[in-house]
Design a protein around this ligand. Structure first.
Ligand code: FAD
Ligand code: N01
Length: 535
């Protein structure tokens, strides 16, 4: 299809051609519904199209971070690494698009600017940045939780004379830092993955850290043929276990508190998790790491000891030790992250001690001094979960704006819909497990639920669906209540909106687990979409 869509009418407009949008389109076609997907990028893949920074890879194993909807796809796809690189995952998304002939209904290079509900017609009027207009009965926002990137809020970003890069907008042709002095701001997952690789290439790397990350060695490796064969043979049981699990990654359910075991047993348990190269193993090693501060402190102390063992300079090691509870900001999986700080050409600037002041023509100025660079990398993350949604001028019944409605934090029923916005669905929206899970599992569940409800409306000859106020209010209360049992609200995380100045602090994902959440969604559907008004 051309880069510009003709003005027309379809059953469903989908925004975004990442893993969510691709599967949505496939399912909608199976229902014989007409659909158009708008995608800002020039190709499919979403996250894996945009985030091409050096070292970018997944932190859920490839055989698990993959679609389950097609057994043929599962059996035939030749995964190479335990934790595949961005190019390998992008190739997978491209393979899916080609195999299921999806591209012909995707309009690339086209950002959706606005979507307005027409109450009388019972349709969405969708407008793109190119002023194309499409009318649709349903609007599905597959816009991604981590797709609206953000720069640091400091003056002078435009004044720097050298090259600048954001990890989420990395040049497709790559960047050669050979011989360069590089400054990098941000030590979340993107920073932690890219720092060791950039350090290898650059003449000198200075890392500006506001908050340290907890990171575990990924212990990545090529997959062995026998483990691929075992996984393929056992896929059906594994997928079932994924769907019923807490994080979308099956792990043994812990039975012991971190506080009831001896120091030796606790250390041995953490050591096994550390050696396994799996975040989930660490987070689920004990029953109470996520909910009890004293239990969590034991995990924190274990990781601090690891950092101090690896990093030779005691001050640098101390600066790399986080203070917030383990798991309350997304932990990282790395390859040689802490070791990188032992290089003589890598320097850590602790922004807690010397805050950022501005970007200058020559580099970056902190409260202490100016640092000169040839290139600056911003690994400064995203306006997560809501940014991509509120960037679109979405107006529901009576012209009410989604952005304004959510100014005190997102309010949804099950993370799928929001009062006042009929026939609008979100994939992995706030109020669903989403970013707290292996997201392919959550994406498939949402896509199947959303296409299921659309099918139901079609069969029943119904025109519109929207959450009831009461159902939404009690779901929001439930999401907050569950978050309140956990330590999550204790950290200044993007889960809380704390990384975006002015954003209301509210814990956005649902922490009740993938399995329990799916059960609730299935019950809602089985009871005729309880909590939704169908007209
Ligand atoms: P996305 O992949 O974000 O796709 C959304 C698409 O919508 C984008 O292509 C964007 O261009 C498009 N879009 C947005 N707004 C508009 C608009 N207005 N108009 C047109 N197009 C629009 N999850 C895991 O479970 N495990 C991991 O290991 C993992 N690693 C990650 C690593 C990185 C670097 C990042 C950023 C995220 C990672 N995630 C991971 C989360 C990842 O985002 C999801 O796993 C998954 O890829 C999301 O797919 P999606 O289709 O829902 O959204
Ligand atoms: O973004 P982040 P990310 N001044 O928000 C700092 C997924 N992901 O792109 O923590 C100074 O985590 C900010 O500091 P602070 C994963 O879900 C997965 O790294 O806000 N510093 C932080 O250090 C992840 O969580 C993988 O104090 C500023 C960093 O920039 C999510 O995507 C890989 C600043 C941003 O970290 C986002 O990760 C990559 C400022 N003004 C991404 N603003 C995997 O490995 C921000 N920072 C699977």
């Amino acid at each position: 299809m051309s880069a510009s869509a003709p003005n027309r009418s379809v059953d469903v407009v989908v925004v975004g051609a990442g893993f969510s949008g691709l599967y949505l389109l496939h399912r909608l076609r199976e229902l014989n519904l007409s659909a158009v997907v708008f995608e800002a990028g020039t190709d499919v893949g979403g996250t894996w199209y945009w985030n091409r920074y050096p070292g970018a890879r997944v932190d859920v194993e490839s055989l698990a971070y993959s679609y389950s909807f097609s057994e043929e796809l599962e059996q035939e796809y030749p995964w190479e690494e335990r934790y595949p690189t961005q190019p390998e995952i992008l190739r997978y998304a491209q393979h899916v698009a080609d195999r299921f002939d999806l591209r012909r209904d995707i309009v690339f290079r086209t950002r959706v600017a606005a979507a307005h509900w027409d109450d009388e017609a019972g349709t969405w009027q969708v407008r793109t940045e190119h002023e194309d207009a499409v009318t649709a009965r349903f609007l599905v926002l597959a816009t991604g939780c981590l797709s609206a990137s953000k720069l640091p809020e400091i003056p002078g970003l435009d004044t720097f004379k050298g090259a600048t890069f954001h990890t989420a907008h990395w040049p497709h042709e790559g960047v050669d830092f050979t011989g360069q002095r590089v400054g990098l701001i941000g030590t979340g997952s993107s920073g932690v993955q890219s720092i060791p690789v950039i350090a290898e290439q650059a003449a000198d790397l200075t890392v500006f850290q506001r908050t340290p990350a907890y990171s575990l060695p990924a212990r990545n490796r090529r997959l062995r043929p026998d483990e691929i064969a075992d996984m393929r043979a056992g896929y059906r049981a594994y997928r079932k276990a994924q769907r019923e699990s807490g994080f979308g990654v099956p792990t043994p359910v812990p039975t012991k508190s971190a506080l009831e075991v001896s120091d030796e047993e606790r250390d041995a348990t953490f050591e096994r998790a550390w050696e396994s190269g799996s975040l989930v193993n660490l987070l689920t090693a004990f029953t109470d790491t996520a909910v009890d501060q004293a239990a969590n402190d034991t995990a924190r102390d274990f990781i601090h000891r690891k950092i101090r063992q690896i990093v030779t300079d005691p001050q640098v090691a101390g600066d790399l030790c986080p203070g917030y509870p383990v798991g309350t900001k997304r932990p990282c999986l790395d390859t040689g992250y802490y070791e990188t700080y032992n290089r003589p050409d890598v320097h850590l600037v602790n922004l807690q001690r010397e805050p950022l002041v501005e970007v200058t023509e020559r580099g970056i100025r902190t409260a202490e001094r100016e640092y000169a660079f040839d290139a600056i990398v911003y690994a400064t993350g995203f306006d997560a979960m809501t940014g991509a949604l509120t960037n679109i001028d979405i107006r529901g019944r009576g012209g009410v704006s989604l952005k304004e409605t959510w100014s005190a934090g997102p309010r949804t029923y099950l993370g799928l819909g929001s009062v006042g916005f009929p026939n609008m669905f979100m994939i992995t929206g706030p109020g669903s497990p989403s970013v707290l899970s292996n997201m392919v599992v959550s994406i498939e569940q949402h896509v199947e639920w959303v296409t299921g409800v659309i099918e139901h409306l079609e069969k029943q000859g119904l025109r519109a669906i929207e959450p009831t106020q009461q159902a939404q209010d009690s779901w929001v209360d439930h999401v907050n209540e569950i978050a309140g049992y956990t330590l999550y609200p204790k950290a200044n995380s993007w889960y809380m909106g704390a990384n975006v100045p002015g954003k209301t602090r509210v814990f956005m994902p649902y922490a009740g687990g993938v399995g329990a959440y799916r059960k609730r969604c299935d019950e809602v559907a089985a009871q005729g979409y309880e909590g939704f008004a169908l007209t």
